[in-house]
Design a protein around this ligand. Structure first.
Ligand SMILES: *Cc1c(COP(=O)(O)O)cnc(C)c1O
Length: 360
């Protein structure tokens, strides 16, 4: 039986993906020479379509990595001389900080107390000496492990107060829903198997001129900023819409096609639909006799990855739903048996959502 995926990643494929895949084969995309004019045109098209869709400024550069985890490493290597500051609301933020430590940086971790998220809004942690000396602030805007989102206004607030610090955000499980003013963010990254409904194995980095200046300064100081995928190498290649390595051309082709689909639909409509589905999920679990939202404070509750407490019934529920054709996510890590995670990406449609909720 063909399943419907409400898993948070990889997720349900975008509905037009089969059509685009067969188009790719018809056009021999897997054999496309990545040094040729057709690839340059594809990269250039994706660059302008993604910028149009997401509202990315023209002078920002868009790079390909193997995935989001690689982008975490590139961000640290490319922009941090000594200190990085990490606001941690879950396992993905924790992983990012760990990679920075493994790269030899002095890492300052601000682990948010999950039972009192207002500390982000109150910004108690800024103005501390550790914060003041940090060069880069790393923020998991939507941590898929806990279902906690940090509203963009709180991130802009940091940039406004400390414009000289670089800010990097992980939006893997909130893009393309999350509405970002990129002029206030230096590095944004995501992979494509969540909100875009594509096969895994492609990461996207959106990098500001300021971040690129910093990487140049580190290089001039004689620091290692990485090798073939250093931000500098990526940037030099980008100027002629080329990549250092042989890239995932098939997935780049598919991402461009899905961008065009989303442009046709209109990003505002995509966001409205997501909000509407979120309201349905949110109300449903607010009123459920047995299951409840893990993130109580709605301001910080993710709109795209909803985490539900199951009082230990996760496996039972998952199995039962699976028999009825629906796959949903278990809790992350230690919450594997006590929570469920439900994706609310553009690819999950309202009628499937209603069917899924009916089964609860
Ligand atoms: C899934 C996920 C990642 C990792 O993505 P990969 O494609 O596996 O590298 C990073 N951050 C967040 C928030 C995620 O949800």
């Amino acid at each position: 039986m063909k399943k419907i995926y409400f898993t948070v990643g990889p997720s349900q494929i975008y509905p037009t993906l089969p059509k685009h895949l067969s188009e790719a084969l018809k056009q021999d995309i897997p054999s496309l020479n990545h040094r040729g004019a057709d690839f340059k045109k594809l990269y250039s098209d994706l660059d302008s379509n993604l910028k149009k869709l997401l509202g990315i400024p023209k002078n920002y550069e868009i790079f390909f990595t193997s995935s989001a985890l690689e982008a975490m490493e590139r961000t640290i290597l490319g922009t941090v001389e000594k200190n990085s500051y990490h606001i941690i609301t879950g396992s993905f933020g924790k992983a990012w900080a760990k990679y920075a430590e493994e790269l030899g940086k002095q890492v300052i971790k601000f682990e948010v107390d999950l039972s009192d998220l207002s500390v982000i809004r109150n910004s108690d942690f800024i103005d501390t000496p550790n914060f003041l000396k940090s060069e880069l602030i790393c923020i998991t805007q939507n941590d898929t492990s806990t279902g906690i989102q940090i509203p963009m206004e709180e991130i802009y607030f940091l940039k406004k107060k400390y414009p000289e610090k670089l800010i990097a955000i992980d939006v893997v499980s909130s893009i393309p829903y999350v509405d970002i003013d990129y002029s206030k963010i230096d590095i944004t990254f995501f992979s494509v198997q969540k909100g875009f409904g594509l096969p895994a194995g492609l990461g996207i980095m959106v990098v500001s001129p300021n971040a690129l200046k910093k990487t140049k300064r580190l290089k001039d100081k004689g620091m290692s900023i990485g090798s073939y995928h250093s931000l500098l190498n990526l940037s030099e290649k980008y100027k002629s819409f080329q990549t250092p390595e042989t890239p995932n051309v098939l997935n780049i082709f598919l991402l461009n096609k899905v961008c065009l689909d989303l442009l046709k639909k209109g990003i505002q409509n995509v966001r409205k639909e997501t909000d509407k589905k979120y309201d349905i999920i949110s109300t449903f679990f607010n009123n459920h006799p047995k299951f409840s939202h893990s993130v109580k404070d709605e301001r910080y509750r993710s709109r795209t990855t909803i985490v539900i407490n199951t009082s230990g019934e996760t496996q039972k529920i998952k199995q039962s739903l699976s028999k009825q054709g629906f796959e949903i996510g278990a809790g992350y890590g230690e919450n594997k048996d006590t929570q469920l995670r439900i994706a609310n990406f553009p690819t999950q449609n309202l009628s499937d959502l209603k069917k899924l909720l009916n089964l609860f």
